[in-house]
Design a protein around this ligand. Structure first.
Ligand code: UT7
Length: 333
């Protein structure tokens, strides 16, 4: 049976990938000094040992630019051919303009369609589907899809339900038309049920006053970890199974699962639910933690040596909103 969601004249293929994480590390032992926690507890309950923290004088756009420059160097790409640039972030440099505009300026790109997507930890998958759709129309030939977040700027360093998880980083892919490889299908979902369980309530039009925000600590990320944990496993597993079903695939035909890196137990939970074979799930949470929209491109970038041209990849993510989804793609590098 033909899958109407996946039929297209050509694919949007990933022809380059880049990443950047700041040098500064925040280890579990650093956190032991800041709140009532331990290295042993954090490793056992999350799989995280350390995360990277951006210096205060920099912002999300700076990491995005570094990731793009890394991609261009590694894959010998010429930025002048880029016609669209999407930044997935929920930690923009400023409220206005879009971080994508700031990135375009820093890269000297004067003629690009640049815009942001805010879908929290699902941001990269949303942006990838958007970027792939632009390529599939035929109107855009070279699209940069960036996931970047400076979440440490919004972490309450003394809140052990968030400070143990989050770190900063940026990842980017370059999309181009291809007849052979690329994004095959994507299943993206969202609802508004998650607001009270995972949010940064300050800084928007509802609470714009920065002095008042600091008094009531609305500028920090807050979450109910248990609720998010359970929803994350169920939603990602459901999205992966949906993509498998409508493409008439069994999980054995997927070469690599690339899940959002939020907690090693969530990653293992999704793998168990969808019954993927041990050793076919990519992960780098141990050293970077949860970098929000950057986790998936950073995880692929770090593990690129494991991938063979033609491998089938299933990407899946879950985040604030709630937002979630899964993408299926054939690796083209
Ligand atoms: O991308 C989406 C973003 N967010 C997420 O994906 C977060 C998903 N949630 C999680 O990763 C986990 O819920 C957390 C890591 C946040 C918390 O882990 P948990 O296994 O759900 O811990 P818990 O809240 O059930 O607490 C278990 C115990 C409690 O002690 P008692 O009552 O059993 O004595 C807590 O007080 O662990 C204690 N605890 C901690 N101890 C040391 C909770 N947090 C900590 C901590 N260090 N950081």
């Amino acid at each position: 049976m033909q899958n109407i969601y996946a039929s297209k004249p050509y694919y949007a293929s990933i022809t380059g990938i880049g990443g950047y994480v700041p040098l500064n590390k925040r280890t579990n032992f650093d956190l032991e000094e800041l709140c009532d926690t331990s290295d042993e507890w954090i490793v056992k309950r999350t799989g995280i040992k350390e995360r990277r923290i951006l210096d205060k004088e920099f912002a999300t756009s700076d990491m995005a630019v570094m990731a793009v420059q890394n991609l261009c160097t590694q894959f010998d790409k010429d930025l002048s051919s880029v016609d669209a640039l999407i930044v997935a972030t929920s930690t923009p440099d400023v409220m206005m303009p879009a971080t994508a505009n700031i990135v375009a300026k820093k890269l000297d790109l004067d003629n690009v369609w640049a815009f942001d997507i805010n879908a929290a930890c699902s941001g990269f998958l949303y942006a990838l589907d958007m970027g792939a759709s632009l390529v599939e129309t035929g109107r855009y030939k070279n699209v940069l899809v960036i996931g970047a977040d400076n979440i440490s700027a919004f972490v309450d360093i003394h809140d052990r339900s968030t400070n143990i998880l989050f770190g900063d980083g940026a990842g980017v892919v370059w999309l181009e038309p291809s007849l052979d490889n690329g994004v095959i299908d994507a299943y993206m979902q969202s609802n508004g049920n998650g607001r009270e369980f995972l949010n940064i309530e300050g800084g928007g039009s509802l609470h714009p006053d920065s002095k008042g925000l600091i008094d009531v600590e609305k500028h920090y990320i807050r979450q109910d970890g248990k609720v998010v944990f359970k929803q994350a496993i169920q939603s990602m597993a459901h999205a992966c199974n949906e993509v498998l079903k409508r493409n008439n695939l069994s999980i054995d035909q997927v070469d690599w699962l690339v899940p959002h890196q939020a907690n090693k137990r969530i990653i293992d939970g999704v793998g168990k639910e969808i019954k993927i074979e041990m050793g076919r799930t990519l992960s780098n949470i141990e050293y970077f933690g949860n970098t929000i929209a950057a986790t998936i491109p950073l995880c692929i970038w770090e593990n690129i040596k494991l991938l063979q041209k033609g491998d089938l990849l299933m990407l899946t993510a879950f985040g604030a909103g709630f937002s979630w989804g899964a993408s299926l793609l054939r690796w083209g590098i």
